[in-house]
Design a protein around this ligand. Structure first.
Ligand code: ATP
Length: 365
């Protein structure tokens, strides 16, 4: 079932935490609300669940306006960060609880619980009490409880944040599988961009109560709409360098005293800007180290080198208070204080208007 949010706003007293959110979450898609702490993503999820009243705007499930529908009448299932299991009930009763309170006959409950427990690989634990389970197993019981309900919409609020790093990675793919098996629309809240990138069909990147961009993971990574999205998505974060536009001849930017010729696809967009300041963005993965003095490359000195395992992060000072991080192969020979030059992949640089924060568009190649 698709979920439509139309100009949805929310205020707590005078504090407006959502400022007119417009989103269409298509049927059977896995949609993530991603953003920093306090941006309003949990509040938005709770409004979809009916746990929080809408201050303005409308929420639709399919054709039905649900603003005034109680949570119990929305056919949703929710998994929270701090899921609570009933300590005195075994796993089977915990998973089947929602069905039991609805008066579903016992054999039917068993018939629903078993396949879910098998998918979650907790079938062998059905007779155990929660205290005899690991954190990851408990989390799967909480998921199972939501899954047996066959909800129209599956809502999750940071369900993996209590798990250790290794289990989180495993559970990421398991959750994506559940979503596909469930054939429901899933809405997932996280501040972890890696979780969002790996699991989602669509990501709504939020900041300060507004959706900054709503697109596929590829799109938000490759074509961030503004400085906020560009800086929030990607690890290590995108490098930003402020530059002055040199309009004479080939358009170029002067960055920390260096001249950087801009790719020709930006000519149209640059012609339309009024100011002479631009912000260049380039991801560490799109920066390469070339020998010092290479023509056309930006000269600098290595400030720090960090080994990540298969890659190395090289932090290069190209001017006062201006450093650029390059992610390169771990076996590359480079040391602190080396003189180097940097080259940016011209097809992958980004330009932003510093006053609006908006990305300048490339001409379609
Ligand atoms: P986090 O990742 O930290 O949970 P979030 O993006 O989910 O953050 P919300 O929990 O939606 O953010 O909170 C958004 C804003 O609304 C915050 O400033 C928060 O203090 C405020 N807020 C949330 N719930 C209430 C409430 N019941 N009463 C007053 N203010 C609230």
């Amino acid at each position: 079932m698709d979920v439509r949010l139309q100009r949805v706003s929310k205020s707590f007293g005078s504090n407006q935490v959502l400022k007119g959110v417009d989103l269409v979450l298509p049927d059977r898609h896995f949609v993530t609300l991603l953003g920093p702490s306090g941006c309003g993503k949990t509040t938005l999820l709770r409004m979809i669940a009916g746990l929080e009243k809408v201050t303005g705007g409308d929420i639709y499930f399919g054709p039905r306006r649900v603003n005034d529908l109680a949570p119990g009448d929305r056919n949703i299932a929710m998994v929270f960060q701090n899921y609570a299991l009933y300590p005195n009930m075994d796993v089977e009763r915990n998973i089947g609880y929602g069905l039991r309170v609805r008066g579903t006959p016992r054999p039917q409950i068993r018939a629903r619980v078993e396949p879910v427990a098998k998918v979650l690989e907790i079938f062998h634990l059905l007779a155990r009490k929660p205290r005899a389970l690991s954190g990851g197993q408990r989390q799967r019981v909480a998921l199972g409880r939501a899954m047996v309900r066959k909800p129209d919409i599956f809502l999750m609020d940071e369900p993996l944040s209590n798990l250790d790093a290794k289990l989180r990675v495993t559970m990421r793919s398991e959750l994506k599988r559940f979503h596909l098996d469930l054939e429901t629309t899933s809405v997932y809240v996280t501040h972890d961009q890696l979780e969002a990138m790996t699991m989602s069909d669509l990501i709504a990147v939020m900041n300060e109560g507004e959706v900054q961009q709503f697109a596929t993971p590829e799109e938000v990574y490759n074509r961030p709409r503004n400085l906020f999205v560009a800086g929030f998505i990607g690890s290590p974060p995108m490098n930003f360098a402020r530059g002055t536009l040199l309009r004479a001849g080939e358009p170029a930017l002067e960055i920390a005293g260096h001249r950087y010729t801009l790719p020709p696809e930006f000519r149209g967009a640059i012609g339309a800007t009024s100011g002479n300041e631009l912000v260049l963005g380039v991801r560490p993965q799109d920066v390469t180290l070339v020998p010092a003095g290479t023509p056309g490359a930006i000269a600098g000195r290595v400030w720090m080198v960090e080994l990540l395992g298969s890659e190395k992060l090289v932090d290069v000072e190209i001017g006062p208070k201006q450093r650029i991080v390059a992610e390169i192969r771990a076996d590359a020979k480079v040391a602190i204080n080396d003189d180097v030059s940097l080259r940016f992949d011209a097809a992958r640089i980004h330009l932003f208007d510093p006053s609006s924060g908006e990305a300048l568009r490339r001409a379609a190649g």
